[in-house]
Design a binder for this molecule. Structure first.
Ligand code: DER
Length: 231
């Protein structure tokens, strides 16, 4: 269907432009990244590329291992050449909302430690202002014991915070790091940098899904099969 084709086109374009022999690659999480790993595996085989991959979640780790790629970690390879990841929304300045898959903590660590961070997404994520397309709120990773006071604090900021409940498990979503996720709707986010700092300053908040001023390029697969890029 159109969305899957768009995800694949964006992912293939990014891998073909950024992945070079000998690189250490940060592998993101979600559904779009699956196509990026597919293309990396294809190219490793076709071009005999020597790569090392750093995961951002158990899911990414599975993709790397199942793809027969070389798995490593930040203690062995802390200098990442390029991190490739999806996003829930990207604004005109390439600030992103991430965490739809509850993986934003490790994703942000890997993106932060990469020389280059690129986003791959379908047309639904292309936006002007954060909050315009993505209505599920800013994902926030929270230490479980603190989630109630954190919810209250976020409400005092004017947010509408909700603890993310699991679908395939009773109770709240538990992240790969053993934490909860709170999704907090702030409406349109005109100053994502200020909001990111404000949320992160609450004791008990581990990380936010606001990736501000981190991505250098975004590849958007469009409805007509083309790929639009934004830098
Ligand atoms: O959870 C995440 O941060 C993912 O990268 C998410 O933002 C993108 O997931 P998708 O590629 O399935 O839309």
């Amino acid at each position: 269907d159109l969305v899957e084709k768009a995800k694949k086109a964006a992912a293939f374009a990014a891998v073909d432009e950024y992945v070079k022999d000998g690189m250490t690659i940060g592998v993101g999480s979600g559904s779009t990244i699956v196509y990026a790993v597919e293309r990396i595996v294809e190219r490793v085989k076709a071009e005999n590329l020597k790569l090392v991959c750093i995961p951002t979640s158990f899911q990414a780790r599975q993709l790397i291992v199942e793809g027969g790629l070389v798995l490593s970690d930040l203690s062995r390879h802390s200098a990442i050449d390029v991190a490739i990841d999806g996003a829930d929304e990207a604004d005109a300045q390439l600030n992103c909302i991430k965490g739809g898959g509850a993986c934003m903590l490790q994703e942000k660590i890997v993106a932060y430690n990469a020389k280059r961070f690129v986003v791959v997404a379908d047309f639904r994520k292309k936006s002007e202002t954060l909050g315009q397309q993505w209505k599920a709120g800013v994902p926030i990773e929270v230490i479980p014991l603190a989630y109630v006071p954190v919810l209250r604090k976020l409400e005092s900021f004017g947010g509408k915070p909700v603890l993310r409940m699991a679908k395939a498990k009773a109770g709240p979503v538990v992240t790969d790091n053993g934490n909860f996720v709170v999704d907090c709707d702030f409406g349109l986010i005109q100053d994502p940098a200020a909001l990111d700092k404000r949320i992160a300053s609450i004791p008990g908040v581990v990380e936010t899904g606001l990736f501000v001023n981190m991505a250098e390029k975004a590849f958007f697969g469009m409805q007509d099969g083309t790929v639009e890029t934004r830098t």
